[in-house]
Design a protein around this ligand. Structure first.
Ligand SMILES: *Cc1c(COP(=O)(O)O)cnc(C)c1O
Length: 420
């Protein structure tokens, strides 16, 4: 398949014409149950009436004005995010990587302006994923992604995920902060345990570091709380979020405590598109739904059902799905660590009309829209079971070279993460 697009992605030979709720349709009318959600992004499902109406009306009024002027939609979205979280101020941008770039700048700047210009390094974790810009690639620290892109941006140290002793050993006089995903998404749906997150907070407090969470994938209701760190009770100094925040419209954000945010004075950071009226209208529409009373409790309930059904499937087909203990994740960020290549299962699921996403550690990710029902979860698990059956009968090789679905994010690459 030659194309005028750069060959950066390993795409399935499949295009969708429209979507509705958890379903996507091709021009030929084939329908797919979407448990990929554009990689945890279509939080309200496809063509959600409130989101569509809001975007349409906002586009007809004013789409973009730049940050030379006040943007009431952005002010409102920021106020609502702060009211619902630990944060007191927000910076809007356009993507997860851009949010993390800004977050790293925030950590460095807040240290520099509170008397510690020497503190610029950030401790990150093996298996992390923080994005594809030069600095976030260095924060990700995956040798495969760095290949051919010149000298790695300086300022990132990596330690094993979950290892507090290694973390404390890595802290030095130049350390500014810690950047951690509450659940490593691309790395294989690997949750950090509560004791670990508490240990990060304690170490940060002891050494005067800032604690930042990358909630690009885990945030905005994905785990059944607005932000995944809420489950641990640990309060960060700053977080990044993106993916689900615009319900499919590109939008990212940095949320921070005032003590850090106050150093981001006029002229220190910026973006042309970030936080424009259209994107923030989308963000407000998403919040209207996910902050409505009972919505996140509903996500928790349907997620518990999905996890039970996945554990039952994995228990019934351990040769393929690895047994009941192979189910991991939180809320609607669910994973199964497969016993056959996850990419084969992903391809077989596609053949069964189910969209799922491969992740590192041979994990298959299920990331349905947050509006998914228990019945739709049952349907997905049934399709996944048939996909497993196909792989057993035809062999993984039959699906081997097929659909990788993702850019080589996560998948095989992340497990190979090696750091000095
Ligand atoms: C997807 C992701 C990113 C990068 O987001 P982009 O919008 O692709 O730049 C960063 N961090 C995490 C945890 C992610 O899942």
């Amino acid at each position: 398949m030659t194309s005028a697009l750069m060959p950066t992605y390993n795409r399935a030979d499949l295009a969708f014409e429209r979507g509705e709720g958890v379903w996507l349709y091709t021009a030929e009318g084939r329908r797919f149950l979407d448990f990929a959600s554009g990689i945890a992004t279509i939080s309200l499902g496809h063509a959600h009436p409130h989101l569509v109406r809001t975007i349409t009306e906002q586009a007809a009024r004013v789409m973009h004005v730049s940050n030379l002027y006040r943007v009431p939609e952005a002010e409102r979205l920021a106020e609502r995010l702060c009211a619902a979280s630990f944060a007191s101020q927000v910076f809007f941008c356009n993507s997860g990587a851009e949010a993390n770039e800004g977050l790293i700048k925030l950590l460095r700047r807040a240290q520099a302006k509170s008397g510690h210009p020497e503190r610029y390094r950030v401790i990150c974790f093996d298996g992390a994923f923080h994005g594809r810009t030069l600095a976030t690639l260095a924060a990700t620290g995956n040798a495969k992604y760095l290949d051919g892109f010149g000298p790695e941006v300086d300022g990132f140290d990596h330690v094993p995920f979950g290892n507090l002793n290694a973390l404390r050993d890595a802290i030095g006089p130049q350390t500014a902060g810690i950047l951690c995903e509450p659940i490593q998404g691309e790395g294989g749906v690997r949750p950090a345990d509560t004791a670990f997150l508490r240990g990060l907070r304690a170490a940060a407090d002891e050494f005067g570091l800032f604690l930042a969470f990358d909630e690009v994938q885990t945030g905005m209701g994905r785990t059944g709380k607005l932000f995944a760190h809420e489950w641990s009770g640990v309060i960060p100094d700053a977080i990044s979020t993106a993916k689900g925040i615009g319900g499919g419209f590109p939008l990212g954000a940095i949320l921070a405590r005032e003590e850090l945010a106050r150093h981001m004075t006029a002229g220190t950071h910026g973006t042309t598109f970030g936080g424009n009226p259209l994107a923030c209208a989308a963000g407000n529409a998403v919040l209207d739904v996910i902050l409505a009373p009972g919505f996140l409790e509903g996500v928790q309930q349907v997620a518990a059902h999905l996890h039970r059904r996945l554990a039952a499937l994995a228990g019934a087909m351990p040769e393929v799905f690895g047994g009941p203990d192979s189910v991991r994740g939180m809320g609607l960020l669910a994973g199964i660590r497969a016993n056959v290549p996850n990419t084969a299962l992903q391809a077989a699921a596609l053949a069964e009309g189910l969209l799922v996403v491969a992740a590192g550690d041979n994990v298959l990710r299920l990331l349905p829209p947050l509006i998914v029902t228990e019945a739709e979860c049952d349907e997905a698990v049934a399709r996944l079971g048939r996909a497993g059956q196909r792989v057993m009968e035809q062999g993984a090789e039959a699906f081997g070279a097929g659909y990788a679905g993702l850019p080589p994010v996560g998948a095989e690459a992340v497990v190979e993460t090696v750091r000095s």
